[in-house]
Design a protein around this ligand. Structure first.
Ligand code: NI
Length: 170
């Protein structure tokens, strides 16, 4: 396993539409996922999309820690993910991204979604999600369409360095 280099905002791989994965069970995909898991743990985030490590494929990994007061979700590998909103409700919440190190902003997302995709075993995964769980999935899926969270921000008054924003909150 190895820690991969994370592409930062401005790199063209982050703007590209990622390619569907042909075979979720391919051995080279498993290797990529193992490296992504190690890279995510090293960088200290909650989610990582393959394009962020220069692999333009429709593949994301994420987990949802319990600390946000919502549902806890163990590390999930989602291949060729799709989601649909459940209702029109949206809510703003704080987001950061390993491709924009140090920055954070308030991003509107659907409050509840249904999502699906495939695991590394080729088995379908279907879930409903709300709150932070739904936010993480929407953020990661955006990466596969070349969208970074600043493109979703409507109110830029709370976009900045996470350290500074945190000072303001204290
Ligand atoms: Ni991100």
């Amino acid at each position: 396993m190895s820690i991969l280099k994370i592409a930062r905002m401005g790199h063209p791989v982050l703007r590209a539409i990622a390619q569907p994965v042909a075979d979720p069970r391919a051995p080279e995909l498993r290797r990529l996922v193992e490296d992504m898991v190690e890279t995510l743990a090293d960088a200290g985030g909650v989610g990582l999309a393959a394009p962020q490590v220069h692999a333009s494929l429709r593949l994301v990994i994420f987990f949802v820690p319990a600390i946000r007061g919502g549902e806890e979700v163990p590390l999930t590998v989602l291949i060729n993910p799709v989601f649909e909103p459940l209702g029109e409700d949206m809510e703003e919440g704080s987001e950061g991204c390993l491709s924009l190190p140090g920055l954070a902003g308030l991003v509107p997302r659907y409050s509840a979604i249904r999502y699906s995709g495939y695991g590394l075993d080729g088995q379908p995964i279907r879930r409903q999600a709300q709150g932070y769980h739904a936010r993480v999935v929407q953020h990661e899926c955006d990466h596969l369409d070349g969208i970074l969270y600043p493109a979703r921000i409507e109110d830029f008054s709370h976009f900045g360095y996470a350290e500074e924003l945190q000072k303001e909150q204290e």
